[in-house]
Design a protein around this ligand. Structure first.
Ligand code: F6R
Length: 236
């Protein structure tokens, strides 16, 4: 594992975007595993800048997102599909037909999860998986549990996650209680993992996950078993 500590969120974002840009440039048909939340916003800004400057082509890029709230339409402002369109896809030359976010409104959610995993497998996993980390150690919406779940599945959000994500909604009551998330097999089959965390509040959980016991109680700890992980932590 490569652990990079930088001073500022701006540095984290530049470095993270450079790593993803290298992967895009090195593949004919790059497959990106993408995340939402506040942590990757700066990386997406830098990727958009590179694209606008003519330095990075997204025309062959396929993306597969980690998760989506259950019950939110893609045009709901707090849905992760909306977030991805708004922060990245609307601003680069990616073909939206090649961007995948779980459908939180699928009539048959089990079939949706199975199809999501099948597609990821057909791609041979992603070339790089971008991850944030929750204060409870979650990755995607794989919450602390007594076992790791391999497949894409529906989860009940942890009270601490609902609390943390309430900042994006009008009130805590509006935060969906359930989500669909890629499972650990989907994440771990990525060829490269880039996990980012900013702010002192994330430091303890990041250290526990990266250097503590590997346990489903700290879902991100499974990444210790992956052969190619880069962590970028910024203090601010
Ligand atoms: C988002 C996701 C989550 C976030 C995590 C950290 O797609 O999968 O695991 O990465 O909740 O969120 P932020 O970056 O908002 O602190």
């Amino acid at each position: 594992m490569k652990f990079i500590e930088v001073e500022t969120y701006a540095e984290l974002s530049r470095l993270g975007a450079d790593i993803i840009a290298e992967v895009i440039k090195s593949k004919d048909n790059p497959v990106l595993g993408l995340a939402t939340g506040s942590s990757p916003v700066g990386i997406y800004e830098n990727l958009v800048k590179k694209n606008k400057a003519g330095l990075l082509d997204f025309s062959k890029v396929v993306s597969v997102n980690l998760d989506e709230y259950l019950g939110l339409d893609g045009d709901h402002e707090q849905s992760y599909r909306y977030f991805m369109n708004d922060n990245l896809f609307n601003h680069v030359n990616i073909d939206k037909a090649n961007t995948y976010v779980p459908n939180g409104k699928a009539e048959d959610i089990v079939a949706e999860c199975e199809a999501y995993d099948k597609r990821l497998q057909d791609f041979g996993g992603s070339d790089i998986q971008l991850l944030g980390i929750g204060l409870d150690g979650h990755i995607g919406f794989n919450e602390p549990d007594d076992c790791f779940t391999a497949q894409t599945h529906v989860v009940e959000l942890d009270p601490s996650t609902i609390e943390a994500n309430a900042r994006f909604f009008e009130s805590k009551d509006m935060v969906p209680r359930k989500a669909v998330t890629m499972g650990m097999a989907g994440i771990m089959q990525s060829k490269k993992i880039l996990i980012i965390a900013n702010g002192a509040a994330k430091r303890d959980i990041l250290m526990t996950a990266m250097y503590g016991k590997i346990t489903p109680e700290v879902p991100a700890s499974i990444l210790q078993l992956h052969p190619d992980v880069t962590v970028i932590y910024s203090k601010n």
